[in-house]
Design a protein around this ligand. Structure first.
Ligand code: DAH
Length: 339
């Protein structure tokens, strides 16, 4: 009996060692250790063995089974390692290869100017206000003291969605929305897109950007307006920038003015950007008209305020030396990368 077991062991070890893959190994395992395997059958047949021999044979079979199992495990490991080795050899990865380039964009010049302006006014205690681009004509015009026969209301100039709804032609309607929703003191700037029925050329676009400013409090005067704009233009365009005010007319301010700044490209000597003038027309401004205050629920006897508004594209173009407005909207990365 012991001899027979020894023989089975030798055969089994040989077959395990010569198995060529996991399948062959499994066949060997079933053949010797399976339910009907040769070693298992020996255990089953122990009934015919004398009681003295039984424990000896039993422990021998167990010992052989352990050996075979160990041997199978080793062979399995060998297959796994060989598989891994093969993978490592064939699927090689060169970690020193340069990676695919990810192009990082840059902040658009218009956004840069808006961010700079926001930063400056936030530093002076202002908040940022927002309003809809598809706006009620009431907010774009009526509340801003702009009568029905005003030329700006003509379909030649403004895009109408319906008789009562327009694409806002200025950021000024945000003033009215803020005044209706907020009690003074009010200090806001409102950046955003505006729309006008202009055809596209080097200095015009039907969509462009404005920044509106509004301050309402007790005893606000024209001196506050001038001081604020002087401070702002110096911070935004350079400490040497001069500002001058010319009388003008806007329906929503009284008195109204336009402000020019000394050319921040040539310093006022005269150049291509300022067309030899030394000055660049920058913005419209004035003291908020009492009718506008009343229209928006603020008592003009108690409060006064100033407002201003300017185009962002013009500043971006002068500051970055861009001579054609269309470049700002084409989204050509070769152009945008420069800023
Ligand atoms: N909304 C005016 C425009 O689009 C600019 C402007 C002028 C805004 C005077 C103001 C202001 O707030 O007081 O031309």
């Amino acid at each position: 009996m012991q001899e027979q077991i020894e023989k089975i062991k030798q055969h089994a070890l040989q077959e395990i060692a010569s198995a060529e893959d996991a399948k062959g190994l499994d066949e060997a395992r079933v053949k010797y250790l399976g339910k009907k395997g040769e070693l298992t059958l020996i255990l089953r047949g122990m009934g015919g063995i004398s009681p003295e021999e039984r424990p000896v044979i039993g422990s021998l079979v167990n010992q052989v089974r352990d050996e075979l199992e160990t041997s199978i495990k080793e062979r399995e490991n060998y297959f796994e390692n060989a598989e891994l080795e093969k993978k490592l050899l064939t699927e090689n990865l060169d970690v020193t290869m340069p990676s695919k380039k990810i192009d990082l964009g840059s902040v658009h010049p218009i956004t840069q100017i808006i961010n700079d302006v926001k930063e400056i006014f936030i530093g002076m205690g202002y908040e940022i206000a927002d309003g809809p681009e598809v706006e009620l004509a009431t907010y774009n015009f009526d509340k801003l003291n702009t009568p029905p026969d005003h030329p700006a209301r003509d379909i030649q100039d403004t895009f109408y969605i319906t008789d009562d709804i327009v694409l806002r032609s200025q950021t000024s309607p945000v003033q009215a929305r803020v005044m209706e929703n907020q009690k003074p003191p009010i200090k806001v700037i409102c950046p955003g897109a505006v729309y006008r029925s202009d055809s596209v050329d080097a200095t015009h676009s039907p969509v462009f950007h404005q920044i509106e400013g509004l301050v309402i409090d007790r005893k606000i005067s024209m001196a506050d307006l001038k001081g604020t704009l002087e401070m702002f233009t110096k911070k935004c365009l350079g400490e040497k920038t001069q500002i001058r005010f010319r009388p003008h007319h806007f329906p929503f301010t009284e008195p109204s003015a336009e402000a020019d700044v000394s050319c921040f490209v040539c310093g006022g000597k005269g150049c291509r950007v300022c067309k030899g003038e030394g000055w660049i027309e920058l913005l419209g401004c004035g003291m908020v008209h009492p009718n506008v205050l009343r229209n928006c629920g603020i008592d003009p006897k108690e409060y006064s305020g100033f407002a201003f508004g300017f185009g962002v594209e013009r500043i971006a173009m002068a500051k970055f030396g861009i001579d054609d407005m269309r470049l700002l909207y084409e989204n050509d990365v070769r152009f945008l990368k420069q800023f």
